[in-house]
Design a protein around this ligand. Sequence first.
Ligand SMILES: Cc1cc2nc3c(=O)[nH]c(=O)nc-3n(C[C@H](O)[C@H](O)[C@H](O)COP(=O)(O)O)c2cc1C
Length: 178
Amino acid sequence: MKRILVLYGTLHGQAAKVAARIGERCRAVGHQADVIRDRDLPGSANPDDYDVILVVASFNNGRYPKALTKWIAAHAKPLSAMPSAFFAISGAACDPTTGERDAASQSGPFLTKVGWTPRRIEHVAGAFPFTKYSWFEKWVMKTILKRGGHPHDTKVDYEYTDWPKLDRAVTGFLDTLT
Ligand SMILES: Cc1cc2nc3c(=O)[nH]c(=O)nc-3n(C[C@H](O)[C@H](O)[C@H](O)COP(=O)(O)O)c2cc1C
């Protein structure tokens, strides 16, 4: 049994859903998992408190969450030395053709900047929960989605996350732990 931290940063909750699902998968195969939001992480929290760290972060307005970025940058060395994985949630990853490439162009520079080398990087398609958006967010996201030829009804919450794919990625990673 491993002690696993599932650390997440979110704006409208999709990364929280993904983190909760990952935590469930970890527990289902006998591990102990703490699922904690970046801003709730105690200042004293240290990678040494865990055997494995899984980071779930959403990409909004061209960046990943600040508190999460700060913690990873501060602990990049031990994180890179231990089993760790990065689940990067984005709108870009929702596109079946360009998604992987575009999402990698977000995660790559971020990982270089914070100095973290996770063992696995998974680009996860996010969601567009229009009913949770401010009027400005509604307008921006509608414009972007419309331009790309995607559904953009502002009364609808769209979810593109492929849960079976996520489960397979998590199980695959957990299988590598000794
Ligand atoms: C205000 C806003 C800005 C966004 N900016 C980006 C972006 O720069 N790049 C991108 O790929 N997706 C972008 N997205 C899409 C989000 O990554 C996607 O909705 C994701 O599921 C958000 O997860 P969260 O709810 O955990 O924050 C944006 C969404 C919103 C609402």
